[in-house]
Write a protein that binds this ligand. Structure first.
Ligand SMILES: [Zn+2]
Ligand SMILES: [Zn+2]
Length: 212
């Protein structure tokens, strides 16, 4: 079975998720924005071996701790989509602008594209490219867990900001309605910030995409 635990990190309370196989104890971390020592303690507590870093997009609160963590444990960095290269290049400026600890630069070991999969032991998650908040944003979907890790695409009662460079509101709405909704109304999503919800609940009541 796959399991997960979400740890809010950085001043932005970004939902960093640990995902693991409860038989092999192999783990991946989604969006290690910072607070690396705390993440390592959470892994330690559960007796997990961290093997991979998966990134939804390259905003500082999601990717800021990636270089440090990859270096410390010699981990592969998987994702995001190449559309976010300019956000990775801008991590030093992002950390200065938002008062974050200096973020190191990194090169993804593997870029992700729509329809790709990532694997953890015997388990597979699907990758969907969901641009709009950033051009290279991806989400990770586990049909087995009926969970989707959606970063800053969709929130309980809200949607991602699109007022950044290369943000695109129409594209974001299309990502949500064409790529998230088909995952099913009863699928629970873990957003980049704030509480979990289901796609069904958002389809009904989200003021930005309700009724779609
Ligand atoms: Zn973001
Ligand atoms: Zn965020």
């Amino acid at each position: 079975m796959l399991q997960y635990h979400t740890v809010p990190v950085t001043a932005f309370q970004q939902n960093c998720s640990l995902v693991w196989c409860d038989e092999s104890r192999q783990a991946a971390v989604i969006d290690p924005g910072g607070d690396i020592d705390r993440l390592l303690a959470e892994l330690d507590q559960r007796d997990l071996t961290l093997e991979q870093i998966w990134l939804t997009h390259a905003h500082i609160d999601h990717a800021g701790g990636t270089a440090e963590l990859a270096k410390r444990l010699n981990l592969p960095i998987i994702g995001p989509h190449p559309g976010d290269q300019f956000w990775i290049d801008g991590l030093p400026q992002q950390s200065q602008m938002f008062g974050f600890p200096p973020a190191g630069l990194f090169s993804p070991t593997r870029w992700l594209h729509d329809g790709d999969t990532v694997t953890l032991g015997r388990h597979t998650l699907q990758v969907r490219h969901c641009p709009g908040h950033t051009p290279g944003h991806v989400v990770f979907y586990s049909p087995e867990m009926k969970r989707a890790f959606v970063g800053d695409v969709l929130f309980a009662g809200s949607i991602g900001r699109t007022d950044f460079p290369q943000g695109n509101h129409a594209q974001l709405i299309a990502s949500i309605t064409e790529r998230l909704w088909p995952m099913g109304d009863d699928t629970v999503f873990i957003p980049g910030h704030g509480p979990e919800s289901t796609f069904g609940r958002e389809r009904q009541s989200n003021p930005y995409v309700g009724g779609t």
